[in-house]
Design a protein around this ligand. Structure first.
Ligand SMILES: Nc1ncnc2c1ncn2[C@@H]1O[C@H](COP(=O)(O)OP(=O)(O)OP(=O)(O)O)[C@@H](O)[C@H]1O
Ligand SMILES: [Mg+2]
Length: 314
């Protein structure tokens, strides 16, 4: 990893004031009256500094990983979006990915089921294995891979078909069900697991697009579950939902984690704190810190993580 420039504007999407928000801004935090040091300065003095050359701090690796990511970099044309990421994701773990807008969270998440293949200019370097199998092996068929590693997007995107057809679409293409009774069972089980069955069991043949936003997102989760995935990737799955629908999805994530491995990108630190076991903090395309979620939000090891979680940028 190269140095991370401390004076780089953190988020080009923000206004002028915020563009000036750099790590140096801690000097503007009011003096707490302890011998000229601010509270934040005292709290951060044992942190890994942004200027130090180092690999990801904390616990990016684990025993018996489900997914192993090694030295992964991603480029869009000439522009590099992700820099040399090493990360293990454990079986039945929920890992949250956080960081300022544009730091590469979605790009990285999409590497895990080769969704970036759909972007012409995108190139992925390094290695990613799923239970030891190289998912970038030239002969690997991405269709079954994307069933094994399913994805739920920011905006619920049901097909313009019935609720039933939305759920059974994947199993049909993957040849998981052909008899009506098998299909009925998959539809019911998937909708139950997604916490939607009771709300839709009497309207299975009505359009999926007629559901509320939160119901549509649970339908998309049911559709993902229907093909028996091992890993579920979620890219800001609640950002278009109200707090009640969000709470339902969060409960669902907790339940699903008993059977699936889940990687979730979220802009909500509260959500990351509520749903995940470990949290990964990205900054300008680099994986800065991965640690137990509680630690990340109470006493992170890296000063960049601390600056983000205390709201000083992002
Ligand atoms: N299809 C694309 N073509 C070119 N550049 C892209 C493409 N998608 C993303 N990028 C660039 O890659 C970098 C990382 O983007 P990415 O969408 O992964 O960030 P993010 O952390 O998910 O941001 P956000 O929180 O806003 O969703 C950004 O600089 C972005 O402009
Ligand atoms: Mg994103």
């Amino acid at each position: 990893m190269s140095d991370i420039p401390v004076s780089t504007p953190i988020n080009p999407m923000l206004g002028d004031n915020m563009q000036q928000a750099t790590l140096d801004d801690r000097n503007n935090i009011p003096n707490a009256g302890h011998g000229g040091h601010t509270v934040i300065e005292e709290a951060t003095q044992d942190k890994v500094k942004a200027t130090e050359k180092n690999k990801t701090v904390g616990k990016p690796l684990c025993d018996n990983p489900k997914i192993e990511v090694r030295d992964v970099s991603v480029f869009y044309g000439e522009k590099q979006a992700v820099f040399g990421v090493d990360l293990d994701i454990a079986k039945n773990e929920v890992i949250a990915m956080i960081g300022p807008s544009g730091c590469g969270k979605s790009t990285f998440l999409r590497c895990l089921n080769r969704m970036n293949d759909t972007v012409d200019t995108c190139r992925v370097e390094g290695s990613i294995t799923l239970e030891g199998q190289d998912i970038y092996a030239p002969k690997l068929d991405v269709v079954p891979l994307r069933a094994k590693v399913g994805m739920v997007f920011q905006k619920p995107n049901p097909f313009p078909k019935s609720i039933y057809e939305n759920v059974i679409y994947g199993p049909k293409i993957h040849g998981l069900a052909s008899r009506r009774s098998e299909m009925d069972e998959i539809v019911e089980t998937s909708l139950r697991k997604a916490g939607l069955w009771e709300e839709v069991k009497d309207r299975l043949h009505q359009p999926g697009t007629g559901l509320s936003g939160g119901q549509q997102q649970r339908l998309c989760i049911a559709r993902t579950i229907a093909v028996s995935p091992e890993v579920i990737l979620m890219d800001e799955p609640c950002s278009a939902l109200d707090p009640i629908a969000t709470a339902k999805i969060e409960e669902l994530i907790a339940e699903l984690s008993q059977n699936y491995t889940i990687a979730i990108v979220t802009h909500s630190m509260q959500q990351a704190a509520r749903v995940s076991n470990r949290t990964a903090y990205f900054h300008l395309g680099k994986l800065i810190e991965v640690n137990d979620t509680q630690l990340v939000f109470t006493n992170p090891d890296h000063e960049l993580t601390e600056a983000y979680i205390t709201g000083r940028f992002g």
